[in-house]
Design a protein around this ligand. Structure first.
Ligand SMILES: Cc1ncc(COP(=O)(O)O)c(C=O)c1O
Length: 394
């Protein structure tokens, strides 16, 4: 028997299976509401104009492909710090690293939680993005969940959330998503962010904020106000940022991790650990995506083009949300589709009847078993048809 013969195959990733089934489906009117990428009305995910312009500038500049160092592009790191803190006071210690996508930031963040408190648990919302659980499992970090929001509810159930988190021990990590919670689209309000910061600080919990959809809720300027309030109320925090969605750089793997500490000395120790974790896994982050972001954000004209494109994407999603809410007439009295209008970002979760998502596949509508739908996967012309198909199963 060889070494690999001893390996038990891992269960198939449900979302990748759904993507494969969608690809193999010959029907022209099939619709994919599963995969979490932004699509335009033609079902395409085009490269943003600001990104293309930045790439042209970079190509003309020549540059180099030499190693960049474990933190990656420092202008990029500074730009992400500016997004996160804006005009708010910076903490005593702050260090940021460019990472391979937001996932790289989550990997570094969870690794740091484990190094800081080897017996720590990682608390995640229920429901959450399944990869949060998978990254923690790969790192041998035990997970626990806190209730978050009923998919049909207008808001987070903060009392339930905090009551479950009362069982967390000092040093435990608490993952909380920034704007556009995946999968529910339901976010904390400004006051709730402030109260939650106090809660984490009082209990010495180590927050890990996952910001993957900055600019997809209200606007770039509004979306991180709650996160800033939270950060101002806690001595230590980790934040994973992704440029995959708001710059459309999915495959260029452009993310960052920011760590706020209470002193410069602690921050220096954090820096050495992050460098060590990076060095012993992927070594150094990809350079191309961060160079694009730094070029855009370092140039007022390109920034203006990018902001306008992002706003147009956001407006399209808001319009689709509203149209879908109006096109749904659910069988169940307990689900009010108007709640979709108050939710943020690309995702919402529909409470399908058991077997509903399989039956939908038969009708050419692809949705994962969790009931999460990608609003951006809808085309305007399809809304009435998709709304009436979905209504049969909610
Ligand atoms: C909640 C959440 N966090 C983080 C990410 C990170 O994505 P990436 O690694 O592609 O930047 C995603 C992407 O889908 C996400 O949905």
């Amino acid at each position: 028997m060889t070494a690999f013969d001893t390996l038990e195959p891992r269960p198939a990733d449900a979302l990748l299976g759904l993507m494969a089934a969608f690809k193999a489906d010959p029907r022209e009117d099939k619709i994919d509401l599963g995969v979490g990428i932004y699509r335009d009305d033609n079902g395409a995910t085009p490269i943003m104009a600001a990104v293309k312009a930045a790439e042209e500038r970079l190509a003309q500049a020549g540059g180099t492909k030499a190693y960049e160092g474990p933190r990656g592009n420092l202008d990029y790191c500074a730009a992400i710090e500016a997004f996160v803190y804006a005009d708010a006071a910076r903490p005593g210690g702050l260090i940021s690293f460019a990472t391979p996508g937001g996932c790289g930031g989550l990997y570094l963040g969870m690794s740091l939680i484990k190094r800081s408190a080897p017996t720590a648990k990682m608390w995640v919302s229920d429901p959450t993005w399944p990869n949060h659980l998978a990254v923690a499992a790969t790192l041998g970090l035990p997970t626990a969940s806190y209730p978050y929001a009923d998919p049909a509810a207008p808001a987070v159930d903060v009392d339930k959330m905090m009551s479950a988190l009362s069982a967390a021990e000092p040093g435990d990590g608490v993952l909380i998503q920034g704007p556009c919670h995946n999968p529910t689209g339901i976010d904390l309000t400004l006051d709730e962010w402030a109260a939650f910061g106090k809660f984490c600080a009082d209990r010495q919990l180590l927050p890990l904020l996952d910001v993957a959809y900055h600019g997809f809720a209200q606007s770039l300027d509004e979306d991180l106000k709650g996160v800033r309030t939270f950060l101002a109320g806690v001595p230590e925090a980790i934040l994973a940022y992704s440029c995959s969605k708001n710059f459309g750089l999915y495959r260029d793997r452009s993310g960052a991790v920011l760590v706020q500490s209470s002193s410069e000395a602690a921050s220096e120790a954090v820096r050495t650990h992050l460098a060590d974790i990076a060095r012993t896994s992927y070594s150094m982050p990809p350079a191309h995506g961060p160079a694009i972001v730094a070029t855009i954000l370092g140039d007022a004209a390109l920034t203006a083009i990018w902001r306008e494109e992002l706003e147009a994407m956001n407006a399209r999603m808001a319009e689709l949300r509203a149209s879908l809410a109006d096109a749904l007439s659910p069988r169940s009295n307990s689900y009010d589709p108007q709640s979709l209008k108050a939710q943020n970002g690309m995702f919402s979760q529909l409470p399908f009847v058991p077997g509903g998502t399989d039956a939908l596949k038969e009708k050419g509508v692809y949705i994962p078993g969790s009931g999460r739908i990608n609003i951006a996967g809808l085309r305007r012309d399809d809304i009435a048809r998709v709304g009436s198909i979905l209504s049969e199963f909610v």
